[in-house]
Design a protein around this ligand. Structure first.
Ligand code: PLP
Length: 288
C-alpha cells in the first residue's frame, strides 16, 4: 500500500473542486482517490455540473458566501495537510480562492508553523470537449507564489501560454514559462494528445520551479516522465485522479517529485483496469 491505511494516521486532504453528476471526474473522483490512498478527504464544492458521460448540460458556480463558508468552517476543525484545487467556476471565483489562500491559509500556516502544499489542476474543458467554466481561458496569475504544483494537460497549457504546442519540446518550453510566471512547479501532461506526440509512449514534463525540498542549484531542473501509452478511451477524470493522488501521497509524507512518480503509476494501473459505465468515455478503477 502507498499510504498508511490505519485509522490512526489518516491525513486530511481537501479537494476544492466541482461536482460531476456522472461520478467520473471532479469532486467524486477526488474523494474516491484520496480515500483509496488512505487519507481523510474534505470537500469544498465550487461548481455543480449536470453531466453524463456524453454531455455537460448545465454548470452553476456556488455563491461566494457558500464558497467562503465551506473554506472557513473546515479550517477551524479539519485543517488540511495538502489542498488540491480543481474546477473553478469563473475568474471571480478563482480570485476569491487565491485571496483566501493569501489571507486565511497563510495566517493558519503562520500560527501552526505547518506548510500546506497546494496543487492546482487548471480545469477548463470536460473530456467530451464541453466548456466547464465561464471563460474558456481563465487567468491564474493571481496564484503566483501560492502553489506548490500546477498540473495542466497540453490543451490547458496551450490556453494558458496562448501558443500551440505541437510536440513535447514545445510543451517543455511552455511549462518552463509557466513555472517562472506562477513561481511553482509545473507538471505538463501529454496524455490528452492521444498518439499524436508519440504512438507508443505518454510523455509528461515536470519543471521543478521553486520547490523547497529541491536545492537552489536544481530549481529549474526538468524531467521527462514517460509511461507506456494505455490505449483506452476510458480516461474521464484522469487529470482529477492524478492531482488528487499526488496530494494524497504527499500528505502521506512523500516529497513532490516522488509523489508524482507514484501517482502516475497509480493512474496507469487504474487506466489499464478502466470500465465504461455509460455510452461515453469510461473511468479508471482505483487500485490503491
Ligand atoms: N471537474 C469536473 C467537475 C469535471 O466535470 C471534469 C470533467 O468532466 C473535470 C474536472 C476534468 O476532468 P479530467 O480529469 O478528465 O480532466
Amino acid at each position: 500500500p502507498i499510504a498508511c491505511k490505519s485509522t490512526a494516521c489518516q491525513s486530511i486532504v481537501w479537494s476544492i473542486a466541482g461536482s460531476d453528476s456522472g461520478g467520473g471526474a471532479g469532486i467524486q473522483a477526488d474523494l474516491a482517490t484520496m480515500q483509496d490512498l488512505g487519507c481523510h478527504p474534505c470537500s469544498v464544492i465550487t461548481t455543480i455540473t449536470a453531466q453524463s458521460s456524453v454531455e455537460v448540460s448545465l454548470v452553476e458556480g456556488v455563491s461566494n458566501a457558500m464558497l467562503l463558508a465551506q473554506l472557513n468552517t473546515l479550517l477551524t476543525d479539519l485543517p488540511p495537510k495538502v489542498i488540491k484545487i480543481g474546477l473553478l467556476a469563473s475568474q471571480e471565483q478563482l480570485e476569491r480562492v487565491a485571496n483566501w489562500l493569501t489571507v486565511q491559509l497563510a495566517e493558519h500556516q503562520r500560527q501552526t508553523q505547518i506548510r500546506v502544499a497546494v496543487i492546482l489542476d487548471p480545469v477548463m474543458l470536460a473530456s467530451c470537449g464541453d466548456a466547464l467554466n465561464a471563460q474558456k481561458a481563465l487567468n491564474f496569475d493571481c496564484f503566483k507564489g501560492l502553489l506548490t504544483l500546477l498540473t495542466p494537460n497540453a490543451t490547458e497549457l496551450a490556453l494558458l501560454v496562448e501558443q500551440p504546442l505541437p510536440n513535447a519540446s514545445a510543451c517543455l518550453h511552455a511549462a518552463k514559462q509557466l513555472a517562472t510566471r506562477l513561481d511553482c512547479a509545473v507538471l505538463a501532461k501529454g496524455g490528452d494528445q492521444g498518439g499524436t506526440w508519440d504512438p507508443l509512449w505518454a510523455h509528461d514534463v515536470f519543471v521543478c520551479g521553486a520547490v523547497p525540498e529541491v536545492s537552489l542549484d536544481h530549481q529549474n531542473a526538468c524531467f521527462l516522465l514517460t509511461n507506456e501509452r494505455v490505449n483506452t478511451h476510458n480516461n474521464h477524470g484522469t487529470g482529477c485522479t492524478l492531482s488528487s493522488a499526488i496530494a494524497a501521497i504527499m500528505a502521506s509524507g512523500f516529497v513532490l517529485h516522488d509523489a508524482i512518480v507514484v501517482a502516475k503509476a497509480y493512474v496507469s494501473a487504474g487506466l489499464k483496469a478502466s470500465y465504461q459505465p455509460g455510452s461515453g468515455a469510461g473511468v479508471l478503477t482505483r487500485l490503491g
